[in-house]
Design a protein around this ligand. Structure first.
Ligand code: FES
Length: 105
């Protein structure tokens, strides 16, 4: 298990980048639940974000790639619009306890 951050450091409706053993990841908290993905867009295989910790669209209801605008469901990582529609972000297992958020993969 790898510790990612304290629970307060990933607020509702926000996203945050992490790096574990050289692998770029990001988390999103939605309706209280943390969703964790590898930071790699299935379109070109590059990181989704330009700005640090910025992985969501303006309404914070979808994950959005900053390069060509692909949008993904927060809960599943499925791409629903954009050049990689029908493909998926790579989901990673995480868990949250009284200490904070952990990568469990
Ligand atoms: S690299 Fe993400 S949409 Fe093209």
């Amino acid at each position: 298990m790898h510790f990612l951050c304290a629970s307060n450091d990933l607020a509702e409706g926000h996203s945050r980048a992490f790096s574990v053993a050289g692998i770029a990841l990001f988390g999103v908290r939605r309706q209280g639940t943390v969703h964790l993905y590898r930071n790699r867009c299935p379109h070109r295989g590059i990181p989704l974000n330009w700005a640090a910790d910025s992985f969501l669209d303006d309404s914070a209801s979808l994950i959005q790639c900053a390069h060509h605008g692909a949008q993904f469901l927060i809960e599943s990582g499925e791409c629903i619009t954009g050049p990689c529609a029908g493909e998926w972000l790579e989901a990673l297992d995480c868990r949250e306890d009284s200490q904070g958020i952990w990568l469990t993969d």
